[in-house]
Structures are given as structure tokens and as C-alpha cells.
Design a protein around this ligand. Sequence first.
Ligand SMILES: Cc1cc2nc3c(=O)[nH]c(=O)nc-3n(C[C@H](O)[C@H](O)[C@H](O)COP(=O)(O)OP(=O)(O)OC[C@H]3O[C@@H](n4cnc5c(N)ncnc54)[C@H](O)[C@@H]3O)c2cc1C
Length: 504
Amino acid sequence: MPKTDILIVGSGISGLFFAIKTARKRPDLSICIMTKEMASNTNTQLAQGGIAVVTNHLKDSFEQHIKDTLKSGAGLCDEEIVKMVIQQAPERLEELIELGASFDKNQEGQWDLGLEGGHSQHRILHHKDSSGLEIEKKLLSIITQTANIELLENHQVIELNTETTKRNEVNCTGAFFYDKNNNAIKYILTRAIVLSTGGCGQLFENTTNPAIATGDGIAMAARAGVEIEDMQYMQFHPTALSSGNKNPLFLISEAVRGFGAYIVNYEHKRFLFKYDLRGELATRDIVSRAISIEMLETQKKHVYLDCRHLDQADFFKHFPSISAHCNAIGLYPEKDLVPIVPAAHYQCGGIKVDRNGVTTIKNLYAIGECARTGLHGKNRLASNSLLEALVFAHQASKNIDKTIAAFIFSSKILLPKFSTVNIKNNYEPYLILKKELQKLITSFYASNDRDSHLAMLKIKMLKNEAENLIDRNEITIPFIEFSNMLTTALIIIKQCQPEKTHSC
Ligand SMILES: Cc1cc2nc3c(=O)[nH]c(=O)nc-3n(C[C@H](O)[C@H](O)[C@H](O)COP(=O)(O)OP(=O)(O)OC[C@H]3O[C@@H](n4cnc5c(N)ncnc54)[C@H](O)[C@@H]3O)c2cc1C
């Protein structure tokens, strides 16, 4: 039976950074990263704007970054966590740079710091408009050169195994996974598991998240009995490029507004000052809500980003990928208005963890977007999530020595829960069900008068429909993934109940 000291699920910034840090300090440990598609297929590689870190202490300060984060989180952040993350940021940034990631500098050789909504200072380090790609590439290249890390692509983790001890403690002892390369379901024994599975944007019709963002980590953790919190706070990004039924939608970074772009309505008029004195530079929740109201009132399908007044050479220098993407579909930001809509972008809640990424089950950690750390509250401040991923990967890596020392591999023989069945993988029928689910969650989330009971009933009906698609002796991977989406959707609906929230 395959064995590894630490199993990491997911190959985004959090999983990779954790793996490298842990492998370097503990060459005696075996570390395995499983990722369900190509390793680079992550939310991380799509990050454009960059990473928020206080580097210029003459103009900026930790206190200001903390204040901005707390304000954006609207009273629901954990202040101690906010302080920890922001104060650690320079050290983690230095480590990231030491691992090869590069960030732009200005002509004076200083960091070229970007500004984004909700930030009172320029403090976003970026690599042009493809910061995530730069980070993902550099981390992956180190991973492949590290002897005690095994990276398994096309390996989808489908279930966590837990065991209850005599003292009634629940331990996580291994995981079932689907090896897509060999069309086989297998089991791996571990001494600790780190979930770094990203978010669940794919539950919504309009999203910036790639197809991998189906909430697998949330669903698996919930099935294992781990606490999940604040899933009612889904962040919508105000400026996704409106392009029909495309999924995912291409993101136009917040940094474009920070650079001076306006948001205008069908009459080409700016309207955001009606909603917030900061106008285009208000936080994402405020700007997204204002755009949605404007779209509803004018009965239009989108509003526009207006970049026509900006210095075009400088715009192109800062945003080459965004310019190229627009040009490829016949849009020229120097002369055209760019149609935009809000899109589901970031899951602020998730698997409840402490300051070390430890979940409510022993031997199980969660880091990155799948974790609810207390940093974001109701609304994540722009460019704080790459930072959170680095800090919590570091914290978990520091803490895991204790876990590993206290735990040997389980000796229980595991029942072959999945291995006797046929594995079939026809995605087609699930695409239709997925669209229905996306429609359901989108309209539920947007409604002012949510009927949770009805929404839960509809989820149950979708579950029945999905179950009818499979034979009792079959297992289909699309069914497992779709079931994860249904489980996550149900958690969102339950956590959206009025007593749990006033703003989602
Ligand atoms: C378009 C876009 C732009 C963004 N821009 C910024 C930005 O400028 N600054 C910022 O701070 N944040 C930004 N974000 C958010 C940020 O990119 C993410 O929050 C962050 O990258 C998440 O990293 P992660 O390590 O948690 O997970 P991800 O990078 O999402 O990786 C998740 C990994 O888990 C794997 N996985 C999932 N389920 C399974 C399973 N069952 N089995 C095996 N593997 C699995 C996936 O395949 C993937 O490898 C942006 C997000 C998007 C979508």
C-alpha cells in the first residue's frame, strides 16, 4: 500500500510553498503532492494583481494595512490573525523571492507598488499582470528538483479516512484517490494530510475560477466531520470581462482601477460615488453590489470599464496580458469601453483552522483558499490571499513537526471502500446538472428574499438526478466531483440563513 509521511492535496501557492519549506527543513520525511489535473492548473496561476505587503515604511505601515484589512472584513476578521499575517508578510515575501519569484521595480530600483480597492496605500507587489503565473512557475520548478517531494498530477483525492481513538479523538490517517493515469482508485496511508484545494467559484454561473474550483476540500472535510465556517461570504469581483456564457470569465484585475480606470454605465457616466466616497477604489463587495444594482435598474447585462483616458504606453506596460486578451477578442481598451460584470471570485470562509492551519480533526491541516483563518471576515481585501497562503503554509510547516512526532502510520486494514467497483467517466450528463446547480446557487445568492428550504429541496432533487445516472456497482469521477459541489452548495445555503449573516 502506498505510504507517505505527509500528503498535500493541491498544487497552488499554499500547497507548493508548504511542501518546499517542509521538505527543506525535514529531508527525512517523504512528502507527496497530489493534484487533480496538471500541476499548474490552479487559481494561483491566474492571479494578476499581486501580493499585498508593506515594504515602504516611510509612507506605509503595518498599522495601515491592518486597518484596511479589518475595514474590508466588516467586523468579522480575527484581529490577532490579521496582525500575524501582515507582520509576517515581509519575511514570507523574502522567502518567495529567494525561491526565484520576481516582482517589478520602478526606474529608481524601488518596488513598483500597485494600488487596489480598499487599500489606503500603494502596497501591491506584482509581476506585470501575471503575478500568480510567475509564482506558480517558480515554485513548481523548485518542487521538481526536491528529492523528498513526489508530485503526482492527475491524481484526484476523493475521500479522507479517519479513525477514532480510544480517547475519542479523531485522527486523519489516509485518503482514497483516483489515479487518472491508470484509471484506478487507490488508498494512501499518511501521518498527516494538508488540504490546499482552493475555492468553489465553479458553483456560480459567472466566475473567474477555473474548472478545478469545485469545493472538493470543503466537501471532503465536511464529510470527515471537520467544522466549516463563513461559507456565506463569497466574494464577487466587480470587473470580470463580460463574454456571454463563458466559464470561467476572464478577470480584469483590480489593479486596472487602481491605475485610474473608471467604471461607467450605459450612458457612459461614472456612478460609483453614489454608493461610496472612494468611488472605483471602494472595496470589492461595495463596487460589485453597486454594479449589480445599476445593471438591474437599467436592465442591462453589464457596465463598462473605461481606460480611454489613461496613458496607453504605461497601461500596456503594466497590463500586457489583459491588453492582449482584450485585443484577441477585438477590444482595444485605448479606444473601446470594456464590458464587465461581477463574478464569483473568492471563498472567504472555508475549513475552520487555528493560527497553525490545524483543523478540528487531528493530523488534518487546511491552508490557502480552502481554509477559514479569520483573516478575511466578510470580504477579503484585494491581494491578501496569496499572502495568507504563504503565511499559513509557513505556520503549518512549523507546527507539523509536532504532529509527525506524535503519530505513526495506522495499522488498521482498511475496507476496500471504492476498489471493487467499475470506474466510468462520462462527464457529459453532469455538465447539464452542473449548469442547473450554478443557476440555482447564483439566483439564491443574489436574492434579497432567500428561501433556504426550497433551495435545499432543489439540491436534493439534483442529487437524486445525479444518482440516477450511475449504476450501483459503478463509480464515476464526475459524480464524485458533482457530489462535492452539491455538498458545498448545501453548506453555503445553510450558512446563509438569516441568523448566520446580515450581508451575504
Ligand atoms: C483570476 C484570479 C485572479 C486572482 N488574483 C489574485 C491576486 O492578484 N492576488 C491575490 O492575493 N489573490 C488573487 N486571487 C486569489 C488567489 O489566486 C487564490 O486565492 C490562491 O491562489 C489560492 O491558492 P491555493 O493554494 O489555496 O489554491 P489553488 O491555487 O486554487 O490550487 C488548488 C489546487 O488544488 C487542487 N485540487 C482541488 N481539489 C482536488 C482534489 N480533490 N484532489 C487533488 N487536487 C485537488 C487543484 O487541482 C489545484 O492544484 C485570484 C484568483 C483568481 C481566480
